[in-house]
Design a protein around this ligand. Structure first.
Ligand code: SF4
Length: 229
């Protein structure tokens, strides 16, 4: 793995910076500058340097990939992390990989996406009523972020959900990693969570007075919330 020549930030950068953001647009812009996880910074830039043969003409995004969707969405979908040659290439979450192909086709079918395909930023895709995000904003090696990386990235998701809270009514979780990452984030964002925390299972639910958290059944969970590749 190539070591980045640019310095990384301290792991406290997200924790200090996320609460100061005043809007989702501001949050998304700041997330894209984050370099708090040295291993993930190296990996996302290595993927951009080596590339996949099919994408050799692409200039990879190679930065953290923010969430996508309007700030007044009543529904949020939480996946895992960008794919090295998907979101890390295109700069938009679940865009340019098989997981996104399935997800956006499903959202189009129920009227939440303007088109069934997502290939690159500027392809015309718009979401309505749904915000898609991830608990880890950088592509991880082998699709496996570490616990430390997940926890370092947590303040971004906590702030995102806090900003969405006035309209947010339901969250669909794609996979066990997202489930385990999300529940403490919800608590951090101000939701009261049941104790003990509910275990993950496909179709599991956490009912709350202001929002319902549901894990997607396998048939609707693109690669069980995997990053794709
Ligand atoms: S995973 Fe999150 S905290 Fe770590 S560098 Fe990427 S955006 Fe920053």
């Amino acid at each position: 793995m190539r070591t980045s020549r640019r310095t990384t930030q301290k792991p406290v950068f997200p924790a200090r910076t996320a609460p100061r953001t005043g809007s989702l647009d501001e949050l998304d812009a700041v997330i894209a500058t984050c370099r708090a996880c040295p291993r993930l910074v190296s990996w996302r830039e290595e993927a951009a340097r080596v590339k996949r043969r099919a994408f050799r003409d692409w200039e990879y995004w190679a930065r953290p990939v923010p969430g996508l969707g309007p700030s007044d969405a009543p529904l949020s979908i939480v996946g895992l992390a960008p794919a090295a040659h998907g979101g890390n290439r295109t700069g938009r979450i679940f865009t340019g990989d098989p997981s996104g192909d399935a997800l956006y086709a499903a959202l189009y079918d129920i009227g939440l996406a303007s088109q069934p395909t997502a290939t690159h930023r500027g392809d015309g895709l718009e979401l309505s009523g749904v915000r898609i995000t991830v608990p880890v904003h950088c592509a991880p090696p082998d699709n496996r972020p570490t616990i430390t990386e997940r926890d370092t990235c947590r303040p971004w998701l906590a702030r995102e959900l806090e900003l969405l809270r006035p309209t947010l009514r339901a969250i669909v979780v794609l996979g066990a990693f997202a489930w385990q990452a999300l529940l403490p984030v919800l608590a951090e964002a101000g939701w009261q969570m049941p104790r003990p925390r509910p275990a993950f299972g496909h179709g599991a639910e956490v009912l709350h007075t202001s929002a319902t958290v549901v894990s997607a059944p396998p048939a609707t969970s693109p690669r069980a919330g995997s990053t794709g590749s």
